[in-house]
Every structure is written in structure tokens, then in C-alpha cells.
Design a protein around this ligand. Structure first.
Ligand SMILES: Cc1cc2nc3c(=O)[nH]c(=O)nc-3n(C[C@H](O)[C@H](O)[C@H](O)COP(=O)(O)OP(=O)(O)OC[C@H]3O[C@@H](n4cnc5c(N)ncnc54)[C@H](O)[C@@H]3O)c2cc1C
Length: 487
């Protein structure tokens, strides 16, 4: 007899789905191809350094808190967070680095000094978002947007009406801010949801708002402590795990998946299947072929530098003077910029145990095109590495050839191969192919009743807090289907 639910993939989304399915009373088995839980958020060790090779900016910890509360546990018994202050450093080429304090008033004081002309726009933005941000908690973060009538929710309309709906995100930012500093800081946020700044995406303003209003946090033990805590909770609740189980097919008949098939000849029956993989690549298991354009990905360069690199904070954004060209390369020309804007995460500054004494754990991340038609990452990756190093050098935070204890690169082909991301994109297809052009792909499968998806390519979207919510959405669908088919 099979499990009532099989979850494929133990990324943060899959772990959340497994926990929620268990809380709905299902017997749950998780099949994970790697030997550890966490997917992109799992920690690694290399040459005496502890790496968080994926997500690093932790916001919305209340979403994790709720998961533990729903399971009748206290989050502090599993996971502890420390608020970062300053929460980020922005270093604009040719200027002094600017530290952004966690406190709103302190942030306003900084702004008054460096870009006084933008203070009024900043205050208006915060005031607007204070009023409308809670509306999203009760709409897109509360349930999937998978029925047309959900679009008619007056709370969504109230959110949208506070912005000029004809204006792109870039236009909204340009109207609010005149300084290069603020424009450069704000332009990047749509890409965190897979969108360009030419999209009508006022929702992307929420990310910096939430960083400021609710904080940016450091999890004790590093980002990898988040999936470890989810895994421990799932085990305590009785979820079973099978690591090294690489799913290669789904046996589907009469509109239902019957079994998940693994590369070692295993076949796992269940009443329902929750897939923590991109629906476009998981579709191949059902004989589907996708040919949509991908959204964005990341190019990362991680290094162990055997000295203390000056000039970094825990989160540092390096903005070259030619930042506008870099954004146009990314958003419009879909190519890797010659002078990329580089985000650097330096974990040794907040937790010295992540690097040997006197050494630096430097993780450089650039939002990049995914696997596009017309050029190949095989040729592009060495050029991208050089471009990242050029920006790091321009800010004095690079390293010499052969100096690093290790260098580790991740590019879109890596995300496609290791995590099953469609053409290496972290957000599934380009937003032009999203339902109503507004929300990421649906969690439920369009044809198969007992199949749902969780992860960055589906609703409510990418990022650790969002895929945690997505786990609740996907498990809720399965639970509803089970209740309907119960005798
Ligand atoms: C470089 C980088 C920086 C990021 N920065 C941030 C950030 O600062 N803050 C933030 O919140 N988010 C960030 N993100 C996004 C965040 O990491 C993801 O949205 C989130 O971790 C995705 O979780 P997931 O569960 O959807 O997928 P994944 O983590 O990809 O997990 C999918 C799991 O499924 C498994 N799997 C796939 N195929 C199979 C198969 N055939 N059989 C069995 N198992 C399978 C994989 O091995 C993996 O464990 C970043 C991502 C990257 C890559």
C-alpha cells in the first residue's frame, strides 16, 4: 500500500508541502534525489568554509513562525533569527559606501544627507505601502490566484489603485526618485520575482519595503539552518524521507498519477503527488514538451579568500556607474552585462565560523538571463566570471588569480541540472506566459487531478518565504481533493 501523499523534492517548498500535508492528516513520503534536504537553500562545506550557495537575504520570518505554530511548535525551539542593523550596504561607484540602518527614521536621516531631493518621494512610498501592504497578506499570500473571480477581490483592486496602473515599475521609480543612488537600488527588485522593470509591477516595491519595515535577518547557523529546521519538524511529525531517490517518471492513467518512478527502478504509489520542481520540466515526465521563453536566473561566484577583504558588510550591493546599461542588458537585451551590478554576501562578518580565522567567505550574485536562444552559457560563463571580477575589483573587494582557496560557480545550466529549473530559470517561464500575465503558474496541474506543484515557478512565487507559503497552497489542494473523493 502506498503513502497517501508523495512529495517529490525536499527543497524548502517541498518540505513545507510535506509538513502541511501531514498536518492535513496525510501519510507523507518525500523523495529527494540529493543526499540532503534544502535544495538551493542547503548549506555546503568546502575547503574549511561553510557556504550558503543560494538564498542569503532573509525577510518575512513571520511566515516561518506561522508554519511552526500551525504544527503546534515554537519556532525558537528550531530556528532563531537575529535582526541585521545595518541591513545592507549600497556602494555606488565613486562614492562613499552607504549603510542602510534597520530603523526607518535612521534611514530617513541617511537619505536626507545623501539624496535630500528623494526624501519626499520616499516618505510617500512608505505611507502608501503602510496602507496597502497588509492587503496582500489577505489575498495573494493567503490563497492561490487560480480562479478568475479571485481577480475581482476588492482588496486587490485597492492595492492596485494606489499606483498608476498604466505606468511600468521603472516609471514609478523614476517619478519618485531622481538620484542615481535610489534608482539603482530600486531597479533590481522586479527581477526577484522574475519580472523586468518594464512590467507593471508595483508589487515589487514591497521587497525593499518589507526589508525596512519588518527587517532583514540572520538565522543562527546560517541560511541552511532554515531547511534543516523544516526537515527536523517534518521528521518529528512523522514525514518519511528517502534521499538519493531521483524521480524520472510519473505513471499517469485516467487523469490521475498512480506512481512516481525512480532511476533505481523504484515505484511509489500514492493518492496524490506534490512536485517541488518546475511544472515545465516535471511535465516531461508526463510526455509534455515546453517551448516557452524562460524568466531570469542567477550567475554566482563564491570564493574563499585567505585574508579579510575590506569594504564589505554582510549584504553589500556594488553599483557600477554604468548601472543603467547593466539593467537594460538584463531586462531588455537579455545578455550578461559587461559591468554587472553585483550583490555580495559575506557571511564571515556575521558568523566568523563560516570561514577559517582571518579569511573571508565571499559570495557574489548577479541576476542574469537564463538559458536563452542564440547564445550558450558554455561560452558565456568565463566572460561572466571576468565581468563579476571586474566589478569586484573596481570596488576593491576582489581577489587575485590563484589567491582564492576555492572558487565555485553556479550558472543557469547548473540550476537546470541540479534542481530541475526550466532552462535554468528560477521563476519558470517569462512573465508573458503567466496566467493573466499577472501571477506565476498555477500550483494545480491543468489536467491531472491529484497533482500539484510547489516552488519558485508557481504561486505565490519565488523566494524562501513564498515557497513556504506555496507548500501550504499545494497541500491544501491535495487535502481538498482527498476530502471530495472520500466515501
Ligand atoms: C543564487 C540564489 C540566490 C537567491 N537569493 C535569495 C534570497 O536572498 N532570498 C530568498 O528568499 N530567496 C532567494 N533565492 C530563491 C530561493 O533560493 C528559492 O526560491 C527557494 O529556495 C526555492 O525553493 P524550492 O523548494 O522551490 O526549490 P529548490 O530549492 O530548487 O528544491 C527543489 C528540490 O527538488 C529536488 N528535485 C528536483 N528534481 C528531482 C527529482 N527528479 N527527483 C527527486 N528530487 C528532485 C531538488 O534536488 C531540490 O532539493 C535565491 C536563489 C538562488 C539560486
Amino acid at each position: 500500500m502506498g503513502k497517501s501523499v508523495v512529495v517529490i523534492g525536499a527543497g524548502l517548498g517541498g518540505l513545507s508541502a510535506a509538513i502541511h500535508a501531514r498536518l492535513e492528516g496525510c501519510d507523507v513520503l518525500v523523495l529527494e534525489r540529493h543526499d540532503r534536504p534544502g535544495g538551493k537553500a542547503a548549506a555546503l562545506t568546502q575547503s574549511g568554509y561553510r557556504l550558503d550557495p543560494g538564498p542569503s537575504i532573509v525577510i518575512l520570518t513571520r511566515i516561518y513562525e506561522r508554519l511552526f505554530r500551525d504544527a503546534g511548535r515554537r519556532m525558537e525551539d528550531f530556528l532563531r533569527f537575529r535582526r541585521l542593523d545595518p541591513f545592507a550596504r549600497v556602494h555606488f561607484e565613486g562614492r562613499e559606501p552607504l549603510d542602510l540602518p534597520a530603523d526607518l527614521d535612521a534611514c530617513r536621516s541617511v537619505l536626507r544627507e545623501v539624496a535630500p531631493q528623494d526624501l519626499a518621494g520616499f516618505d510617500r512610498l512608505i505611507e502608501t505601502l503602510d496602507q496597502v501592504a497588509p492587503l496582500l497578506d489577505r489575498t495573494v499570500f493567503a490563497h492561490p490566484m487560480d480562479r478568475w473571480w479571485r481577480l475581482a477581490d476588492p482588496r486587490l483592486a485597492r492595492f492596485a489603485m494606489r499606483f498608476d496602473l498604466r505606468a511600468s515599475y521603472k516609471t514609478l521609480v523614476d517619478r519618485m526618485f531622481g538620484s542615481d543612488l535610489l534608482r539603482a537600488f530600486f531597479y533590481g527588485f522586479p527581477s526577484y520575482s522574475g519580472l523586468t522593470y518594464h512590467a507593471k509591477a508595483p508589487g515589487a516595491l514591497l521587497i525593499p519595503y518589507l526589508m525596512l519595515r519588518e527587517g532583514v535577518w540572520w538565522p543562527e547557523g546560517g541560511v541552511g539552518a532554515i531547511p534543516s529546521a523544516f526537515h527536523r519538524l517534518a521528521c518529528e511529525l512523522g514525514v518519511e524521507f528517502r534521499f538519493g531517490a531521483d524521480v524520472v517518471g510519473l505513471d499517469a492513467r485516467d487523469g490521475r498519477v498512480r506512481r512516481a518512478l525512480t532511476s533505481d527502478g523504484g515505484a511509489y504509489e500514492a493518492e496524490a503527488f506534490l512536485v517541488n520542481r518546475d511544472p515545465l520540466t516535471a511535465g516531461e515526465w508526463l510526455g509534455r514538451k515546453a517551448s516557452l521563453d524562460p524568466s531570469f536566473s542567477y550567475f554566482t561566484l563564491h570564493a574563499g579568500v585567505p585574508r579579510l577583504v575590506p569594504g564589505l558588510e554582510h549584504h553589500t550591493l556594488l553599483v557600477p556607474r554604468a548601472f543603467e546599461a547593466a539593467f537594460e542588458d538584463l531586462y531588455v537585451r537579455r545578455r550578461f552585462p559587461d559591468s554587472p551590478i553585483v550583490y555580495v554576501n559575506a557571511t564571515h562578518l556575521v558568523d566568523p565560523s563560516t570561514a577559517p580565522p582571518g579569511c573571508s567567505n565571499v559570495f557574489a550574485v548577479v541576476t542574469s538571463p537564463a538559458i536563452e536562444d542564440g547564445w550558450s552559457w558554455e561560452e558565456e560563463a568565463p566572460r561572466a566570471r571576468q565581468a563579476v571580477l571586474r566589478t569586484l575589483d573596481a570596488f576593491g573587494v576582489g581577489w587575485k588569480e590563484d589567491e582564492a582557496a576555492f572558487e565555485r560557480v553556479q550558472s543557469p545550466p547548473y540550476f537546470a541540472a541540479a534542481h530541475g529549473n526550466y532552462r535554468g530559470s528560477l521563476y519558470g517561464p517569462d512573465a508573458r506566459h503567466w496566467p493573466w500575465g499577472l501571477f506565476p503558474l498555477f500550483n494545480r496541474d491543468p489536467e491531472i487531478r491529484n497533482l500539484a506543484y510547489v516552488g519558485g515557478a508557481v504561486q505565490p512565487g519565488a523566494g524562501m518565504p513564498m515557497v513556504t507559503l506555496g507548500g501550504r497552497f499545494a497541500a491544501g489542494m491535495v487535502a481538498r481533493t482527498r476530502r471530495r473523493s472520500a466515501p
